[in-house]
Design a protein around this ligand. Structure first.
Ligand code: FAD
Ligand code: DHB
Length: 394
C-alpha cells in the first residue's frame, strides 16, 4: 500500500469535483481527484447542455471560459409550445440582461480536465474499490486501487462528488441523514443528430403524445428528447419511431417541424428528484448529484453541481486561511436553499409539460391553463425566466 497526503481528497471527476479542484487551486489549496472511469469515458459522456449565467461567470473567473466563449451559443430566450403554437419567454428582457449558454457538459468536463492537468493537478482515472475512512476525525483517508496497487490518501477533508451512484453518500451514517425522494412515471429518450438545429433556441413542447424537447450542441448538431415509458428500452425506439414522435410533438400549425439527420447517439434517462439532508458529516462534504438529483426539465443538474463546488471551495479557503469554520459549518444549509429552489422549479416544469398516467381532461386543462398564464403574464414569465437563468440570491 502506498500512503500519500493531500489537503482535499475529491471523489469524482464530474462538474462538481473538477470545479472544486479549480476553486481550491485558485486559493492555493492542494487536492487529488479520484475517478472510477477512464479519461476518454468521462470526456465522452453526453449529458446536460444549458449553462446558467452564474456557471459561465464562475468558469470565466477561474480562467476556464476561453473555449466556452468561442464555441458556446448564447441564448436570450427559450420557447414553450402547446396546442401547436410556440410562445417565446424572453429570458434576457425579463431578467435584466441575463443569458444562458448552450455548451455541452462533456465539453466543460474536457476543458476542466485539460486545465487541471496543465496546472500539475492529479487525477487518478480508472480507480477501483474506493472507500472512505475516519470521516469524523481530523485525519480522514480514502483508499482505492489504481494502476494495480492499493493507494491510501490521507487528507483534511473528503469531498464526495461522485454522482448519484457513487460511494460517498453511503458513507453518511443512515441515522444522521434524511432522504427526500420522488420518482416520475416516465423517462426521456435523447438523441444527438448530425443536422443543424431546426430553430435557433430551445423548445419545450407539451403534446398529447407526451413531452418533447428541441435543443442543440452547435451549428451542425441537434439534441432532441421525447418522453417515453420508464420500461422502454432502446430496442423499442428505432430511429424512424423517434423521428415520427419528434415531428408529431414538435410541429407547429404554421408548418414548422424538426429536420431529420443521422442519429449519432441515443440513450434513455430516468427522471427522479432526490435530496439528502444534511450534505455534510464530520469532514465529509457532498456536492452535486451525490447529494441531490433533479429531473432534467429545467436543466439545473450540472448548474447545481457547480454552485455547490463554489460554496465548498470558498468555505474551505476561509478555513485554511483564517481557521474560520463558519462557512464549512453552514455549507449544507447554504447549498440546500439553492437546491430546494431548483428541486421545486424542475418538479414544476416537469409537472406542467409531461403526460402522466391517468392523465384526464382535468389534468390537461390545468396544464394548459398554467402554460397560457406563464406565456401571457409578465409576472409569471419573469418567475420562470429568473429560475431558468439561475437566481443570484436564493
Ligand atoms: P457526475 O457528473 O455524475 O460526476 C460524478 C463522477 O464521479 C463521475 O465521473 C463518475 O464516474 C464518478 N464516480 C462515480 N462513482 C465513483 C466512485 N465510486 N469512485 C470514484 N469516482 C466515482 N442535467 C441537465 O441539467 N440536463 C440534462 O439534459 C441532463 N441529462 C442527463 C443525462 C444523464 C444520463 C444523467 C446521468 C444526468 C443528466 N443530467 C442532466 C444531470 C447532470 O448531468 C448532472 O446533474 C451532473 O452530471 C452532476 O454533476 P456531478 O459532478 O455532481 O456528478
Ligand atoms: C438540454 C437538456 C435539458 O435537460 C434541458 O432542460 C434543456 C436542454 C440539452 O441537453 O441541451
Amino acid at each position: 500500500m502506498t500512503a500519500e497526503r493531500t489537503q482535499v481528497a475529491i471523489i469524482g471527476a464530474g462538474p462538481a469535483g473538477l470545479t472544486l479542484a479549480h476553486v481550491l487551486h485558485a486559493h492555493g489549496i492542494e487536492s487529488v481527484i479520484i475517478e472510477r472511469r477512464d479519461r476518454a469515458y468521462v470526456e465522452r459522456r453526453l449529458r446536460a447542455g444549458v449553462l446558467e449565467q452564474g456557471t459561465v461567470d464562475l468558469l470565466r473567473t477561474l480562467g476556464l471560459g476561453a473555449r466556452m466563449d468561442r464555441e458556446g451559443l448564447v441564448h436570450h430566450g427559450i420557447n414553450l409550445q402547446f396546442g401547436g403554437e410556440r410562445h417565446r419567454i424572453a429570458l434576457s428582457e425579463l431578467t435584466g440582461g441575463r443569458v444562458i449558454t448552450i455548451y455541452g457538459q462533456h465539453e466543460v468536463v474536457k476543458d476542466l480536465i485539460a486545465a487541471r492537468l496543465a496546472h500539475g493537478g492529479q487525477i487518478a482515472f480508472g480507480a477501483d474499490d474506493v472507500s472512505l475512512h475516519n470521516i469524523t476525525s481530523d485525519r480522514p483517508r480514502v483508499q482505492f486501487r489504481h494502476d494495480g496497487r492499493l493507494r491510501e490518501l490521507h487528507c483534511d477533508v473528503i469531498a464526495g462528488c461522485d454522482g448519484s451512484h457513487g460511494v460517498s453518500r453511503d458513507a453518511m451514517p443512515p441515522g444522521e441523514r434524511q432522504i427526500f425522494e420522488r420518482a416520475y412515471p416516465f423517462s426521456w429518450l435523447g438523441i444527438l443528430a448530425a443536422v443543424p438545429p431546426s430553430l435557433g433556441e430551445v423548445v419545450y413542447a407539451h403534446h398529447e403524445h407526451g413531452f418533447a424537447l428541441h435543443s442543440m450542441r452547435g451549428p451542425q448538431i441537434t439534441r432532441l428528447y421525447v418522453q417515453c415509458s420508464p420500461d422502454d428500452t432502446l430496442d423499442s425506439w428505432p430511429d424512424e419511431r423517434v423521428w415520427l414522435e419528434l415531428e408529431a410533438r414538435l410541429s407547429t400549425t404554421d408548418g414548422w417541424t424538426v429536420q431529420r439527420g443521422p442519429v449519432l447517439e441515443k440513450s434513455i434517462t430516468t427522471l427522479r428528484s432526490v435530496v439528502m439532508e444534511p450534505m455534510q458529516h464530520g469532514q465529509l462534504f457532498l456536492a452535486g448529484d451525490a447529494a441531490h438529483v433533479v429531473p432534467p426539465t429545467g436543466a439545473k443538474g450540472m448548474n447545481l453541481a457547480v454552485a455547490d463546488a463554489r460554496v465548498l471551495g470558498e468555505a474551505l479557503a476561509c478555513w485554511y486561511r483564517r481557521g474560520d469554520r463558519n462557512g464549512l459549518d453552514d455549507y449544507s444549509a447554504t447549498c440546500l436553499r439553492r437546491v430546494w429552489r431548483a428541486e421545486h422549479f424542475s418538479w414544476w416544469m416537469t409537472s406542467m409539460l409531461h403526460r402522466f398516467p391517468g392523465h384526464d381532461a382535468f389534468q390537461e386543462r390545468l396544464q394548459l391553463s398554467q402554460l397560457r398564464y406563464v406565456c401571457r403574464s409578465t409576472a409569471a414569465a419573469t418567475s420562470l425566466a429568473e429560475n431558468y437563468v439561475g437566481l443570484e440570491h436564493v
